[in-house]
Design a protein around this ligand. Sequence first.
Ligand SMILES: *Cc1c(COP(=O)(O)O)cnc(C)c1O
Length: 488
Amino acid sequence: MRSHLLNDLTAEHYRRSVTEGVERVAAHLAATERPFTGVTPDALAPRIDGIDLDRPLHDTAAVLDELEEVYLRDAVRFHHPRYVAHLNCPVVIPAVLGEAVLSAVNSSLDTWDQSAGATLVERRLVDWTASRIGLGPDADGVFTSGGTQSNLQALLLAREEAKPGQAGRTGADSLAGLRILVSEAGHFSVRKAAKLLGLGPESVVSLPVDRDRRMRTVALAHELERCRREGLFPMAVVATAGTTDFGSIDPLPEIAELCERYGVWLHVDAAYGCGLLVSPTRRHLLAGIERADSVTVDYHKSFFQPVSSSALLVRDASTLRHATYHADYLNPRRAVSERIPNQVDKSLQTTRRFDALKLWTTLRVMGADGIGRLFDEVCDLAAEGWRMLTADPRFDVVVEPALSTLVFRHVPAAPTDPAETDRANLYAREALFASGAAVVAGTRVGGRHHLKFTLLNPETTAADLAAVLDLIAGHAEQYLGESLDRAS
Ligand SMILES: *Cc1c(COP(=O)(O)O)cnc(C)c1O
């Protein structure tokens, strides 16, 4: 059994075992014809439930064979050009290499004495990202598990910065008047964060968006004024730089202006749009982000990194103290005066992966422009898809994309009840998923079911989009035809 421990005596076993796994995955890459097999939970569950976890196989090859059955064969393939559903990117090889290294070495980024160089690598990447954003000399930040956690931590800092002495409030009462202003197209993690921070549902004020799904700054100004009148305290404005559905970017300069005027913390959720930080042609779309107090970036979305890789950046390093606690067994207070860099002082997590390494290997192999060009390609493709959709009478498309999503809906040739059109679109999405020929996402716009392409694969072509649109139209028309038959 000891031969399974990774150490000097087992280096050869390690090499063989991991190589076997890599070979399996490589074989799958070569053999992938569709993004999905269409397997159902009911078909897959018995295979997984049927395995006796108390009877190990003791053999890597046998385990990998079994893994074929329970996972590898049916996994959804984000690298397939016709996977165009959610914010999942195909990953770049230098990052996968980093992933292999970081899990084998297994540093933990909480304290220097568990991570040494890793801590400094992470700090360099935090500084690099902050300087790409333009946050200034006092910026800092920390890697997180994802945008959800980054948003939670940003709002924790904002809440703590807002609380002291505000209108003489103390204790739980001081939370009651706090407000977070975010557009209706913002991410749902803002609501979850508010709940975790002890704020009631009324604390999140949902602001209307314009035709392009950008926050209406007039509404924001109005709301800030209303809060002032009513003695409420806006603790943060969350601007979204790349909404999950539309990729729309809230008007950052105007929002920053208002935040400054009212003294409100500006958090920019750039979980999706952060790829623009390295775009050779579109960086200007993020103008104004440099005025944020905090920024969420998800490298595992638009930097082509494996899950998970995300960070929270802040303009003022000292605000991170709101997440600082000292424990004698881990990061005693004296470590601060001894200038020992313990990242746990800045993090909501304790034991934490060295996810930063993946970004490091990526930048060292490909360079920032290399990543940015990939993101540019998918934005170009979305623009092309927009032209196709606007010219295609079978579809209505909602907004011209700023980034790489397209939200649209199949519309029948003959006018039909909109609820029937809803059902046809839902059916088309499900039928497509079951066929495995392509995977698209769905969402609702104005209460109506729509379909969504999230384009993050530079290998996807306009011809792929045209083919997927034909498949969708085929399924929708089949549904409508059958429903006519049912009616007659
Ligand atoms: C994806 C996303 C998040 C959440 O990020 P996770 O990494 O999935 O936790 C937050 N905000 C926006 C705008 C997103 O698109």
